[in-house]
Design a protein around this ligand. Structure first.
Ligand code: G3P
Length: 308
């Protein structure tokens, strides 16, 4: 079970103090606390981002191909224009753009193109999964690209992270951010946990359907596989990555992604996330609370007694 008490105080030391001004433009950065967690909007839809940005709720944006499509892109030209508009809207705060190419040379070239669009561009690189697209692809493509971008001083984020070893591999390769998808983990756990397995362990006991014997393979540490409520599988992963990064003073930022519920936001902050990227509808919900609404209604009513 996710336990707040286990949160390591050392994580604060690991967290890099953010710059107060943008290194190139000198413009004041939005976040008031140098070591504070950042909140990004996980959407490419400008009309959703604008009010959140103006209200100081978010100080960055993350996108992926699905979100750019959802924002209305029907062609490369549309996608490019949406991405460029985002870069301009939130500059000098970061906008994370995901690479679409799938071979290392093409990805590095595309990353250089995206990075040329603005100083605030961060390149998102899927950490793995390349063989799902084509079995002949190199499984290390993502890590190779992350490393090549690090060598070229291009800031990047390893995305589609589902265990702490992927996060460590990406950090070692040179990723400035790693993005664990905590909601997709919970979705997976809800649909795959069975009574014969310890609760919450489905992620770590993946059935290998390609193996004729039906063997299972362990894909993470026993530490994480020790049980707990299914719904907190994401925060527990954040806690594990945070503990590992803290132990070895790894400064890569943990960018928790794929949120389903606002409780997960606080849990991930308590677990040691450095950045939360949150869908716009969830950010809007969190800005209010039924008791805030009720309180406002009463204050407004009572203020009528001494109206100017
Ligand atoms: O930033 C990653 C995020 O967009 C994935 O979210 O809701 O598709 O699991 P979701």
């Amino acid at each position: 079970m996710f336990n707040i008490q286990q949160t390591k105080a050392g994580a604060r030391e690991r967290r890099v103090a953010g710059p107060e001004t943008h290194p190139s433009t000198g413009k004041k950065l939005a976040h008031p606390s140098p070591r504070g967690p950042l909140i990004f909007a996980d959407t490419a839809t400008i009309k959703d981002i604008e009010p959140l940005y103006r209200a100081g709720i978010i100080s960055g944006v993350t996108t992926n191909p699905s979100l750019v499509k959802k924002a209305g892109a029907k062609s490369w030209a549309d996608a490019e224009s949406i991405m460029k508009e985002l870069i301009k809207l939130v500059a000098p705060n970061p906008v994370l753009l995901e690479l679409l190419d799938l071979t290392d040379e093409a990805m590095i070239k595309q990353a250089q193109e995206f990075a040329g669009w603005g100083d605030n561009v961060v390149i998102k690189v899927p950490v793995g999964g390349y063989q799902a697209v084509d079995p002949s692809y190199d499984p290390f493509t993502g890590l190779k690209v992350i490393h090549a971008l690090w060598e070229r001083d291009i800031t990047c984020c390893a995305t589609l992270v589902f265990n702490s070893t992927q996060a460590l591999w990406a950090a070692n390769a040179g990723a400035c951010f790693v993005a664990p998808f905590i909601g997709r983990l919970a979705d997976y756990a809800y649909s795959n946990d069975h009574v014969e397995r310890a609760a919450g362990n489905s992620l770590y006991w993946l059935e290998d359907h390609r193996n004729a014997k039906g063997d299972q393979c362990v894909s993470n540490t026993e530490y994480v596989a020790c049980g707990g409520a299914r719904k907190d599988i994401g925060p527990r992963l954040i806690q594990e990555i945070s503990a590992i990064f803290t132990n070895y003073d790894i400064r890569t930022q943990i960018l928790a992604a794929s949120f389903r519920h606002f409780v997960q936001l606080s849990e991930c902050l308590l677990a040691g996330a450095d950045v939360l990227t949150v869908p716009a509808n969830l950010l809007q919900q969190v800005a209010d609370h039924p008791l805030t609404t009720a309180g406002m209604a009463t204050f407004f009513e009572d203020s009528k007694a001494f109206e100017k």
